[in-house]
Design a binder for this molecule. Structure first.
Ligand SMILES: Nc1ncnc2c1ncn2[C@@H]1O[C@H](COP(=O)(O)OP(=O)(O)O)[C@@H](O)[C@H]1O
Ligand SMILES: [Mg+2]
Length: 265
């Protein structure tokens, strides 16, 4: 469904700060795949997402979506079929707008925006139903500004907004990393629920190896701008954090260092 062929990205080319981040990366994503991506800091994970979303254009290589070349398609064009959730819960919702207003904006993803973010009465029921699925009581707070929500509630709402209009591809860039462990688990369970329900093709970057093992049907390890390992979970023996650390060390010659890796399993 989504294919990245020989993607190169070089920042500040030709200067002393030249940084060749993506080095001939190849990735083939099948419809319905839920891929967890891990890799050390600076491996190029976010750059990869930026290239998929159109925030960055690759210097070499091409991106195909359903057989169409989208390498040069604009961000706004891609936002019709690609949704993205970032690490910072503040980025996903407009703080001074209410929950229902935020949902109304999300409802128009991919359409011309204009200034009309008013909430249509006949859409409200859909919003309430969607919020009920979060199980956070937010359906009782339609008129609350999102600035008054906790980080976890905001990230849950952001996920709902990203999937309210079904995206062809959902990109999650360490979307639980800024949350406390318990909230992070809650948001991950919710993520899985939303992904399964709509059978969304999903690419998730995570620092949490247990999440990478537990969620998704594929685990991709990125190292120095290339795919160092691509594990199809149903064809592999059950993974453990220890095995994953070893595999990373073997394929990269480096240790995977991460603060929130939970050792001992
Ligand atoms: N827009 C940019 N301009 C210049 N350098 C960048 C830009 N985005 C990322 N980089 C650099 O590319 C490298 C990889 O970054 P990134 O993809 O964010 O890594 P990761 O998400 O795997 O930690 C880093 O050295 C980073 O400084
Ligand atoms: Mg990153």
């Amino acid at each position: 469904m989504l294919q990245l062929n020989n993607i190169h990205k070089i920042f500040e080319a030709g200067t002393i700060n030249e940084n060749h981040v993506l080095k001939g990366l190849n990735l083939k994503v099948e419809k319905g795949d839920f891929i967890s991506i891990i890799g050390g800091n600076g491996a190029g994970k976010s750059t990869l997402m930026n290239v998929i979303s159109g925030n960055l254009t690759p210097d070499l290589g091409d991106i195909q979506l359903n057989g169409q070349d989208i390498t040069k398609a604009k961000i706004i064009e891609r936002s019709k079929y690609i949704s993205r959730v970032f690490q910072d819960p503040k980025m996903g919702t407009a703080a001074r707008l209410t929950i229902e207003e935020n949902l109304a904006i999300a409802h128009k993803r991919g359409q011309k925006r204009g200034l009309d973010w008013g909430v249509k009465e006949h859409h409200k029921e859909q919003y309430i139903k969607a919020l009920e699925e979060l199980d956070l009581g937010l359906e009782q707070r339609l008129k609350t500004d999102t600035q008054f929500l906790s980080g976890g509630q905001r990230q849950a709402l952001t996920l709902l907004m990203a999937t309210l209009v079904r995206p062809e591809i959902l990109l999650l860039d360490e979307h639980t990393a800024a949350l406390d462990p318990k909230t992070s688990e809650m948001v991950m369970r919710l993520t899985d629920k939303l992904v399964q329900k709509q059978q969304l093709t999903t690419i998730m970057i995570t620092h949490n190896m247990e999440h990478a093992i537990k969620y998704g049907n594929r685990l991709v390890m990125l190292h120095q701008g290339q795919v160092a390992a691509d594990i199809k979970k149903d064809q592999a023996k059950p993974l453990t954090v220890k095995k994953l650390m070893e595999l990373f060390q073997k394929s990269s010659g480096q240790e995977l260092i991460s603060d929130d890796v939970i050792l001992g399993s």
